[in-house]
Design a protein around this ligand. Structure first.
Ligand SMILES: [Mn+2]
Length: 421
């Protein structure tokens, strides 16, 4: 038995913050959704699951005619191919009386789980036969645990829990209370073999066990929607053997790639070095005909600091973007000047004074003499959020103070130098 697990497609997203390329992003998102049907038919799956947030908004009036036509087309194609589809409304597209799921018409083969009460549907697939259990979000904020409402069975069938929820103690998740919060332990011992989860945009496995066979996984968003969704995105092709062994395969359907290249520049690096790094990175991505928006974050102390103005960097980005066939390329410059304390240490101004004090405090070596910083700041002010010196031994306190002091000096020197240049 084989099925596709997809979620968080967010059809109708307008990409309004990127008006120049918004239209192309919209088209790519819609085409990614159409690819879902293509993959389902090509891989001859028994059924398709959509674990919530199929739509970006709960009202159909927000959907363009093109998107509506695409939705109708995809579900019709699946229906005609004899592939049933199961949809569990999420927090973006909750099941409400005037919501998108009631306003649109659905082919016979599409099941929309339309209530917050659980519902189970048995399907006559190839062996093992499957039963799908699901619940809907009925408002944009659901603070109840929806997972707790679902229960499978030990009847030889393969039981699937289809839920849009936030597994709070899963590493890729958040503490949000408004998106059907639950814990990993809630997913265990409910007679469910596969939890098809939606909500978290990065694909990832929440729980995996062999005996008994059980997987709980987020398939991630079908197509990246912004720089929060870095890397390849798509859906999961799940194959289940007769003995209920579960195999998963990632299908990289998303036609938009959001990528971040972080590069620390050295003092001698110039624009050529940046170009080379970008070219290499783009080559390594294997984009094919996907659209790619690339953010290049430049850090480090370099002579490039302050050398080119924003306009020049923008032009530079455009040239590189066109050369590499990217949809968008932006530089996020967090560069700092090349500064040596030696250049200022002897001077009769406040920066020289600061550097001399700093050197006196750190003359003893690795740590900072316990009294030195405490004299200046007072003990209480040393309780920074990241560490409490009262819980450290004297040596740790010294090293910790030294780290704080070094960081503070770094920032101070930058600030004075920038101010005077
Ligand atoms: Mn969601």
């Amino acid at each position: 038995m084989r099925f596709l697990h997809a979620a968080d497609i967010h059809l109708g997203t307008t990409f309004r913050s990127r008006p120049e390329v918004g239209r192309r992003l919209q088209d790519a998102l819609r085409l990614s959704f159409e690819d879902l049907a293509t993959v389902a038919v090509e891989r001859q799956v028994d059924f398709v699951l959509i674990a919530g947030d199929l739509f970006e908004a709960s009202r159909a009036e927000n959907l363009s005619l093109t998107v509506r036509a695409a939705v109708a087309g995809v579900f019709k194609r699946l229906d005609e191919a004899g592939i049933p589809t199961f949809v569990a409304p999420g927090n973006h597209d909750p099941m409400t009386p005037a919501g998108v799921y009631r306003e649109m018409t659905w082919p016979e083969g599409v099941t929309i789980f339309d209530s917050a009460g659980p519902r189970s549907v048995a399907i006559e697939t190839t062996s093992p036969k499957a039963t799908i259990h699901s619940v809907a979000h009925t408002s944009a904020a659901t603070t109840t645990n929806l997972v707790e409402r679902i229960r499978g069975d030990d009847d030889g069938r393969f039981h699937i829990g289809l839920v849009h929820c936030n597994v709070q103690d899963y590493a890729g998740s958040s503490q949000d209370e408004n998106y059907a919060p639950c814990q990993r332990s809630d997913l265990v011992g409910r007679g469910i073999h596969y939890w098809a989860l939606g909500h978290i945009h990065a694909p990832g496995v929440v729980i995996e066990s062999e005996h008994p066979p059980m997987v709980a996984a987020y398939c991630g968003c079908l197509c990246g929607l912004g720089y929060g969704d870095l890397g390849p995105r798509g859906c999961t092709l799940v194959t289940v053997d007769e003995d209920l062994t579960i195999h998963r395969e990632f299908a990289p359907i998303g036609r938009i790639r959001w990528e971040l290249l972080e590069r620390e520049l050295g003092p001698e690096d110039d624009v050529d070095a940046v170009q080379t790094a970008v070219r290499r990175h783009v080559e390594s991505l294997g984009l094919g005909d996907r659209l790619c928006c690339l953010r290049v974050r430049l850090t480090g102390r370099t002579r490039l600091f302050g050398r080119h103005d924003d306009e020049e960097w923008r032009e530079h980005a455009e040239v590189l973007r066109d050369e590499l066939g990217l949809l968008d390329l932006e530089f996020d410059r967090q560069l700092r000047p090349v500064v040596s304390m030696d250049d200022y240490a002897d001077q009769p101004h406040i920066l020289g004074e600061l550097i001399r004090t700093y050197r006196e405090m750190t003359a003893a070596g690795e740590g900072v003499e316990a009294s030195a910083l405490a004299d200046v700041l007072g003990e209480e002010s040393l309780r920074f959020p990241e560490a409490d010196p009262r819980k450290m031994d004297a040596e740790e306190v010294g090293r910790y103070r030294r780290r704080v002091l070094d960081r503070a000096m770094d920032v101070l020197v930058d600030a004075f130098v920038r101010e005077s240049s």
